[in-house]
Design a protein around this ligand. Sequence first.
Ligand code: MG
Length: 384
Amino acid sequence: MVIEKIESFILKDKLSKSFFFSQWEYSERCICIVKITTSDGQYGWGEGYGPANVLEAGINLLKPMVIGKNPLENEVIWSDMYRKTLDFARRGILVASMSAIDVALWDLKGKILGLPVSVLLGGAQRSQVRPYATGLYFSDYNNPSKDFDKEVRQYIRKGFKAIKMKVGLGIKEDYKNVKRMREVIGEDIELMIDSNHAYTLREAVTLAKKLEPFDISWFEEPLSPEYYSQYNELRSKTTIPIAGGECEYLRFGFHQLLRNKSVDILQPDICASGGLTEAKKIAALASTYGIEIIPHTWGTAIGIHVALHFIANLESIPGRMMSPDFLMEFDQTENGLRERLTYPKIEMVDGMIDIPKRPGLGIDIDEAVLREYAIPKDRIESIL
Ligand code: MG
C-alpha cells in the first residue's frame, strides 16, 4: 500500500455579514483542505491555515515528494518535504502546505490502523477539553462593539466558561469594551483579549496596566510577532500573562519565543506551524521551559479535531491531583465550512468537548457540502 493520490480543494463561504479586527475585514471564509488516498482506497483529510490559493500551490509542489511513499512512515515523509524545501521555505506558507499534508497523513494512518490520532501521538492524557469561545469581533466601523453584549450572552447561554474578545481599536476604546464585557459576564467566566499584534510596546504596557483589575487570563499577540525581546519586556511590566505564536513556524521558530522568554502561553497553529509531527516536537521543547501550550485554531472542524487530539495528548506540567481543564480555541464566528463540512458534529456538553475515540481524526467529509463550497465548481465535479 502506497500513497497514490493527493487532491486539494479550495472552499469558500461568503458571509452573511462581514466582521473585522485590528488588521483587516472578513467578508468570506476561504480554506484549502487536502485529501490523501492510498493505492487500496483508504484516505485521510488535512487542512492548512493561510491563504488558500497559495497553500494549494505549495501542496502541488510537495505532491511528488509524497506520492508513492508508505503512509505509515509519516515522519520520514515530513523530513523529506522539509529537506527539499528548506532553501526556500524555512518559515511561512510552504510550511503550512506541509502541515496540511502531514495532518492528512496522521488521519490516514489512524484510519489504516483503526486508532484515534490521540493514541498514535502516545495516548490521551484526558478524555475531555474545555473549549473557549473566540468571537467578539467588530461589526460596525462607527460603533465597532455594538453587538458585543448580545453576542457574549449567547456564549454564556451555550455554556462557555472562557471567552476571548478582540482588542486593538486603541487604548481608550479597548478599556471601555473590556470593562463592559467583564461586567456582563461576571467574575466566574474567564476572559482573554487578543490584539492581533496591533500595538507598540509602550501602548501594550499602558493597556495591560489599565486592564489588570479585570482578571484577564491572557493578552494575546499584543505586539508584532517579530519583537521577541519586546514581548519579554512587556511580560516583566504586567501581571497579565502574555500569549502568542499563531504566526510562528517549526520548532526553530518556537524556540525563539521560548529562549527569549517572550510568552507565558505558546499558541502554535498545528495546521500552519508544521503539522502534528512538528507540534509534538514543539510541545517537547516547550515542556523543557515549563511553558503551557494552547494551540491556535481557525478554519474547519478538521483543524479543530487536530487540536482536540493534540491537547488530549499534552503532558500536565506541573502534574497534580486536581489538574485544571485544558483549554481549546473554538471559533464561534460565522463559518459554514466549520459547521457543515464534517460529521459527526462537534458537541459541547456542560462546557466540555469529548476527545473522539473513532479512528484517525474521528471525522469524515460530507462530499455534497464539499461540492457546494468548492471553487471552481467545474474542477471539483470532475475530480469527485
Ligand atoms: Mg489570535
